[in-house]
Write a protein that binds this ligand. Structure first.
Ligand SMILES: [Mn+2]
Length: 507
């Protein structure tokens, strides 16, 4: 998914002052803390975290969907392994960078996790590069969760007086930010050694870069910090999609580009939307392997979604599809048919934004940024994997005159990617399913696709649940998959004849 580009500065970094130093930052050193503020080292962790400890007999997962008991046990400045590649550990980072405002939004976050996020930012960043940490409390039940952290140096707390969701909360934080660069983090992260400098460097050189760290895993059960793949060296990777919503972006560029879609609710779809927008409107998304931030990945979302999570997610992703995907939105609707019935509100201002910024079409994004993403052709009426239970139709690596079989579905395309086209062929690249012999029990072969070859004509029948060969009226069948390959058989209700494409496009 990523393509690698060596950073020209990697071996012998050239130091040049891009923006100059922000004089203000230097003046606000730890020796001159404003009244009422404490250094993070002096914050009373035990009192803060102790007030919301899990009581004995309570489920440690109930509140946060991660093990809060384990989280609460850890010190706010616990040490974590430096997960960077050796090459990154040896590198000297520029420090002549402008400071950033770190924006962290949260809703009912475990105090210990939120505190560790804040402390790791302060502990693992050069002090002059952190202008402030803006905590946006998205209407948590207990206002003290955020308010008490306002004591810590550089921390500012904003509290919504109703639930606004991630996107509007982040925009509120961004609007309040005083630095020229924004850093968005989740509320259950831990920043690693020199996480910030490589990110700020890339943005200082070109403000249209939106950059993310590699996200390491903080285990949700025992809170062990585990590095993501270690073979990622220096330089950077372009990525078609932002992962996880941890990123650094120039503030004026964030504004120019339309911030976030303020009509998206709660959570979901925002990474998709901002990824399309950045790329289509002239920016780029990068992952910087020398920057590492740990994140607690959970299986479930801890909080409830007004309107139900499915509906909110569909509404948000539908807005992204309607504004950015052009005719390709039909593939989205084919994949998520229920989204068609979810109202998505007014998108006029986002459409105007797209026009004003002269953003490129989605086709450009697919061809230039995300060529690995396979999308259907306009000739296709069904596309994707052809699934039967947990198995999928598979070429088994065979070519012309080979048989086909089934294999456990892997959702990675490749040998399991098929299309049913308007001219009724079932295609894998330029190979077509061919009925060589029209007798029940005959093996189906892969052969080069030919126009008007009746041996290669198929149609879906019975609500797209079966594939019937047009000339013989026999059905695609897997009963002999283990001894020889797929065959055609007299159509019957047998489960071995039930097939379903990932996408059906002819609604
Ligand atoms: Mn998260």
């Amino acid at each position: 998914m990523y393509f690698f580009q060596e950073d020209p500065n990697d071996i012998n970094p050239k130091r040049k002052d891009v923006r100059g130093n922000d004089g203000e930052d230097k003046a606000q050193s730890v020796e001159t803390l404003p009244p009422g503020k404490v250094r993070w080292q002096d914050f009373d962790q035990d009192a803060y975290v102790g007030a919301t400890m899990v009581r004995s007999g309570q489920d440690p997962y109930a509140r946060n969907k991660f093990n809060q008991v384990e989280s609460d046990k850890l010190r706010m400045d616990r040490s974590i392994p430096d997960t960077r590649h050796d090459q990154c550990q040896r590198k000297q980072w520029r420090i002549d960078l402008s400071a950033t405002s770190v924006v962290i939004t949260f809703h009912n976050e475990a105090r210990s996790a939120l505190l560790r996020t804040v402390v790791s930012v302060l502990k693992k960043s050069p002090s002059h590069l952190i202008k402030e940490i803006i905590l946006v409390d998205d209407y948590s039940n207990d206002p003290e969760d955020g308010a008490l952290l306002g004591k810590i140096e550089k921390v500012r707390v904003l509290r919504n007086d109703r639930r606004e969701g991630l996107m509007r909360s982040r925009v509120r934080g961004a609007d309040a930010a005083q630095a020229k660069v924004l850093t968005f983090l989740d509320s259950h992260c831990e920043c690693n050694e020199h996480w910030l400098e490589p990110l700020l460097e890339r943005v200082a050189e070109d403000k249209t870069r939106v950059v993310s760290p590699i996200i390491d895993v903080i285990n949700m059960d025992n809170f062990q910090y585990v590095g993501a793949s270690a073979d990622l060296k220096g330089g950077m990777y372009l990525t078609p999609m932002i992962a996880g919503g941890l990123f650094v972006m120039d503030k004026s560029y964030f504004e120019e580009l339309g911030k976030y879609d303020m009509m998206m609710d709660v959570w979901g779809g925002e990474n998709l939307e901002i990824s399309f927008r950045v790329w289509q409107c002239g920016g780029s998304l990068e992952i910087i392997p020398c920057s590492r931030v740990g994140h607690v990945f959970r299986k479930q979302h801890p909080y409830t979604f007004p309107g139900g999570s499915g509906t909110v997610f569909a509404r948000n992703t539908r807005r992204a599809a309607e504004v950015w995907m052009d005719e390709y939105k039909n593939f989205y609707y084919a994949a998520v048919p229920s989204a068609r019935n979810v109202p998505y509100g007014n998108i006029q201002s986002r459409m105007e934004l797209r026009k004003r910024l002269s953003c490129k079409p989605f086709k450009w994004y697919l061809e230039n940024v995300y060529p690995e993403l396979r999308v259907p052709d306009h000739q296709d009426i069904a596309f994707g994997a052809l699934q039967q239970g947990t198995n999928c139709l598979d070429t088994l690596g065979h070519f012309a005159d080979g048989v086909v079989g089934v294999y456990e579905c892997h959702n990675a395309g490749g040998n399991q990617e098929w299309a049913l086209t308007k001219d009724k062929s079932v295609k894998h690249m330029d190979l077509c399913l061919t009925v060589v012999d029209r007798a029940p029990g005959s093996l189906i072969k892969l052969q080069g696709c030919r126009e008007n070859d009746s041996r290669q004509k198929w149609e879906q029948i019975e609500s797209n649940s079966k594939l019937r060969h047009v000339g013989s009226n026999l059905c695609l069948d897997s009963r002999n998959a283990k001894n020889g390959g797929l065959t055609v058989e007299i159509c019957s209700p047998s489960l071995s004849q039930q097939w379903k494409f990932t996408l059906n496009l002819q609604q």
